[in-house]
Design a protein around this ligand. Sequence first.
Ligand code: BV8
Ligand code: ZN
Length: 244
Amino acid sequence: MLDRLIARLRSATRVTVMTGAGVSAASGVPTFRGAGGLWRTFRAEDLATPQAFARDPSLVWEWYEWRRATIASCTPNAAHGVLAQWTRESPHCTVITQNVDDLHLRAGTERLVRLHGSIWELACWQRCGTPRWRDERVPLPSRPMTCPSCGSLARPGVVWFGESLSPADLDAASAACSCDVFIAVGTSAIVYPAAGLLQEARSRGAFTAEINVEPTAASSAVDAAIQGGAETVLPEIAARLQVR
Ligand code: BV8
Ligand code: ZN
């Protein structure tokens, strides 16, 4: 399987990689469904929905602050490094991520599409019109945070369940599905519309692959399902691509 993927990458021009929590696992960021995963302890609908925030903004902020503090102690791993290098080397390599940890950004990834936003950005809950802003302070000075323009509640700059993704990000992600090779890395392929992108790329003729430590909902739908850690498999692929 790995040989087939490497052979296709050698002849490919346009490469798109979509990542999930698994790509940050080696950095120490908890995944959602894995062992010790967020959804094992918390119920998504209790914390990652606009309804939950309306019900108890401080509880939701407490949870995001806990995740921010966890992520702040993490650094990009070899998987983030390889993907950043690929986007620097080739103008036709795009990284789409579901992760809100911004470790791809910190690794220097170019053409990064952050489908679900960033845990380091805030937005006005009342949508007063002020653009979302970045605040990396851990801890944040107040809970809940407020909007610097209208003084009302501020919310984490992430996309919650039941909320639509930004049309610009969706368009960029869809455009990147027109590629020669599409690789899903470290995602359980359960959350939509992200999980639908692999099928979209496949329907446009892309060679599709998956890199994951275990089989997922997408494993039977890809041309090459590679079982292994992103932090080891991606550096191995990069090294073998260097060898002509
Ligand atoms: C929307 C930000 C319009 C917040 C997140 C179609 C069918 C069914 C349901 C729906 C549908 N369309 C819409 C829905 C509803 C919903 C949805 O998909 N529900 C699911 C649960 C069925 N989608 C939405 O609500 C989306 N909005 O569609 O708006 C609309 C509105 C209303 C109604 C209809 C349409 C918004 C979704 C975005 C939600 N926000 N995050 C925050 O983070 O707090 S989602 C969040 O969970 C992540 O961003 C990510 O997307 C998902 C978790 O998945 P993964 O990242 O894959 O993580 P997971 O732990 O599950 O898996 C990790 C994998 O890595 C595992 O496979 C593991 O084996 C592997 N792994 C572990 N270690 C490694 C590894 N792999 C490699 N190397 C390792 N070392
Ligand atoms: Zn405001």
